[in-house]
Structure formats: C-alpha cells, structure tokens
Design a protein. Structure first.
Length: 499
C-alpha cells in the first residue's frame, strides 16, 4: 500500500472520465456497465446469502449504475426491484438507455413509496452520485430517511446520496451506508467530516483503468496510510542513553487543570521520549510528581523561571490546561520567543486567536505545529464553526497559511503543511472526551525528539493516536474509554508496529 493514497475532487474525476472516453473506444455506457459489475461483485462478496435486493434510483449517471446492477442481479437469480424517484419517462440520454435495458430484462420497476423497502435484504443507494450540489427535500430527502430507517444492509454507489464528495459535509442528510463502492478514484469527502460516519467501509473500484490517467491531475488531498513505522523510527542502539532520545518540555496546567500536562507528559514518555519535564502551576506541582514519577515536575510561579527549562528542551508542548489569563499569556509569549520547536494546543490556541501581537513571533518560527479542534480553528481563522465544518479541507488549508503545520482534529483528522494535505482515518467517537488532545500533543512531541522530522512526527503521531484509540475502544468500549486508556494502548501499537 502506498504511504499516501491520492484523493481527487469531483471536477478532476469528471474531467478524467472524459479523458478516458476520449482515449479509448469505450462509451459512457461501457463505463457504467463496469461500475455496475464492480458493485455487484462487492455486494455478492459482502452478503453472499442475500436474496432480496431493492435498488433506489434518481435521474443522473449513478442511476444508470443502478439499472445495470439490476440486470446483473436478474442474471444471478436474485429477486430485485427498482424504486424510482423520477418518472422513467423523463429520463434522457444514457440514463434512459440504462432504464430501457433493465426493462428489457423484465426488471420490476416501481415508484418509491415509504414502505417499499420492508422486505429487502440489501438496499442499493443509486440515487445521486458525486455531482450533487444542493440541499434535498421532498421525496428525495424522504428516500434517504427511509433507507436509514430500514433494517437491510445498505450499499451506496460512488458516494452516499446527500454527502458532499469534496468536503464530507451534508447538504441536509445523507444515506448511511454499510459499504460504499466508489468509482475511478477516492474522494476526500468519504474520509473526513460526515464521510466516515455515512460511507461505512469504502472500497475503490478503478474500473480497470490504470492510475496513469490521473498523473497530470493534482490531488485534492491524500489518505495517510501507516502499516509499519520502522523506516522512520530506527532501532535503538545497544550503547545508548536517555539523552539520545530527546527532552520534551510540557508547559501548562493552571490551578484545577494540572491533569492536562500530566497526560501529555506520559504520552510523550510512552512514545519513547528520553526525558520529559513538566512546567506547571506551583499550586499543584508537588502533587503532580506523585502521578508519574518518571516525569520531572517544576512549579512555575514567575514566568522567567522557564528560561532554564526551555534551554534544556528539544521540543516544547504548550497549551494543555494553560488557561488564558496573564500567567498563561506570559508563558506562551516566552515559549514563542524561544524559537524552539513548539506543539501548541488548547488554551495556547485560544490565546493566539485573541492576541494578534503574537503573530510576528509565530511567523518567525518555522517549527510550529498547531492542533485545533473545529471550534478552536474557527477562532484562529475568524470563521464560524459551521464554515469550518462545512469544508474541513479548506479550513485546514487556511490554517496552513498561518502556521507551518496544522492538525484539524475531528472525524477524519486533517494534517496540512505548505506541501500536502493528508487525511487520517484512525480513531473513533469514544475519543470525544477530555484529555485526548493532550495525549496527541505528547505523542507528536515524543516522536519528534527521537529524530523524526516535524512533518513526519505530526502525521505518524495523528495515526498513532487514533490507532491507540481504536485499541482502547476495543478494550473498554467507546462509552467508557478515557484518555489514559489511549496512553496505555500505545504500548501495544508500538510493540506490534515497530520491531
């Protein structure tokens, strides 16, 4: 598997499809038949015992795939019925040809009704493809809701109807598929935002066209795949010591928030950092040392006491429980002025969003990673939360205009720098709980101080964080897992993926 799988936007895929037609002897009809065959093969592989197939269609090219799929079902002896949202008599061009070809094979074709899906083992969503660009209402929205209420397995063709293929945003609502067979190339909207929730398992069907057709097309983003990290995290030498593996400094923890820096610190240790120091509020420094004796905890009352700790650090994590008062502001300003490599999260980001006088210090440092969740990103960018979530890729790109490297957290976290945008698909809803961001910051820092470039440490760190979260969810359940469970799971991920 490639380290980075390219993801293409709708226009690029449509244009490449036209190029394929121009350079081959195939017609759109032929391509739709290939798409239907790919979908049929996946359907039979996933649910070999299913007999009753309901295919819901609209009026675009994806509808043609549905009609051709019905023909294949008939040939295989399956019970199949097509339910249309647009009267077939109004269909034109290749969509009409596909309808007529299904009718010739005596496929049962009926208007969609609210109860037509009750007997189906599999529902095929062939309503709308990647070209959807509007909100849905009336029978269209009703069909989506009926599919989502049904008890059958759901197979979406190309993209779940109602999902934006470029952004992963919803126009109103979208079909929730168990499996999505996507054609020609992967689309970013399947992997971020609502894409992970709505698309289910995504299977790419390249329709037997070589990837060279996309060579001249710039990807919208990339899917980041990590199976083994051995090529980046080198084996440790026998004659080695803790000083060879870096020194992380975690700054934060206002009164009442001391746990944040401890989580980040332990995550850095578990990832392999040689030394981890904590600079936290004096009011709980002595108690913090009892939590994890391997951490070196320092109480910071006056900001100038940071100087010696910063001088010894290979990397600084700041923001975890920092607060946004004068104490937190002063610590952040000192850290920024140090020009050390910085991982900035949480309150560090909140301070930056309302302190434009810090912009010059940020611009002068080429080794900064920010890790905002969508609300923090909205503050940094001066956008509404809805604007960030409606186009996460665009929001991530805007963050990259302000910071060298940014991680836009959430479903399908996005890592962006000046060169590429990549999407990570590890992780789960159980990670929507306190302290998870602190753990991520510690992991990134722990990887960086061991010798990974900051870009690699960030991308591998996001993957590692999500993978450990998935193991924690398996062990604890999504409702019960906490950030400390993710730290414990790091041991297994590193053991199994690094030898």
């Amino acid at each position: 598997m490639k380290l980075l799988t390219p993801l293409y936007d709708v226009n690029a895929i449509i244009n490449t499809g036209a190029l394929i037609l121009d350079k081959t002897n195939l017609t759109g009809f032929n391509i739709m038949q290939r798409a239907a065959q790919s979908a049929f093969d996946v359907m039979r592989n996933k649910w070999p015992k299913a007999q009753n197939i309901a295919i819901v269609v609209g009026n675009d090219d994806n509808t043609s795939n549905g009609y051709f799929l019905a023909r294949l079902c008939i040939s295989a002896g399956l019970d199949v019925e097509i339910y249309y949202l647009t009267t077939p008599q109004t269909l034109i061009n290749e969509v009409k040809e596909a309808y007529l070809s299904a009718k010739e094979m005596n496929v049962i074709i009926k208007p969609f009704t609210s109860n037509c899906l009750e007997k189906a083992d599999i529902i095929v969503d062939a309503i709308m493809g990647i070209g959807i660009d509007r909100s849905l209402s009336g029978i269209w929205l009703g069909a989506i809701m009926a599919i989502n209420r049904a008890h059958a397995k759901v197979l979406s063709l190309d993209i779940p109807t109602g999902l934006n293929a470029n952004t992963g945003a919803l126009y109103t609502d979208a079909v929730k598929a168990d499996v999505t067979v996507t054609f020609l190339a992967m689309k970013p909207g399947l992997l971020t935002g609502y894409g992970l929730e709505k698309a289910g398992e995504v299977i790419l069907a390249d329709l037997h066209f070589p990837s060279e057709y996309f060579d001249s097309v710039r990807p919208k983003a990339y899917l980041f795949n990590v199976n083994l990290i051995t090529e980046w995290l080198a084996p440790r030498r026998i004659s080695t010591h803790k000083g060879d593996y870096g020194h992380v400094l975690i700054i934060g923890g206002q009164p009442g928030m001391g746990g944040s820096v401890l989580l980040a610190g332990e995550a850095a240790l578990r990832t392999g950092a040689g030394l981890v120091s904590i600079a936290t509020h004096s009011s709980h420094a002595s108690v913090a040392m009892l939590y994890r004796p391997e951490l070196m905890v320092h109480g910071i009352g006056k900001p100038e006491k940071l100087d010696a700790l910063i001088a010894a650090a290979s990397c600084i994590v700041i923001g975890c429980g920092l607060g946004t008062d004068e104490w937190g502001y002063d610590l952040l300003k000192i850290a920024l002025s140090s020009q050390k490599t910085l991982i900035i999260d949480a309150d560090g980001l909140n301070i930056i969003s309302k302190s434009p006088e810090l912009d010059l210090l940020i611009r002068e440092n080429k080794n900064i990673v920010v890790t905002p969740h969508p609300l923090e990103a909205s503050r940094l960018l001066g956008l509404s939360l809805n604007a960030v979530e409606s186009d996460r890729l665009k929001a991530a790109s805007l963050l990259a205009d302000k910071f060298p490297i940014a991680v836009l957290k959430g479903s399908g976290s996005i890592v962006v720098d000046q060169d590429i945008i990549s999407i990570n698909t590890t992780g789960n809803p159980g990670m929507a709980s306190a302290g998870m961001g602190d753990v991520l910051s510690g992991i990134i820092a722990g990887l960086y101080v061991q010798g990974l470039s900051l870009r690699r440490a960030t991308r591998v760190g996001v993957w590692l964080h999500g993978t450990a979260g998935d193991i924690a969810a398996d062990n604890c359940g999504e409702h019960s897992m906490i950030a400390s469970d993710v730290i414990l799971a790091l041991k297994g991920v590193l053991r199994d993926n690094y030898r």
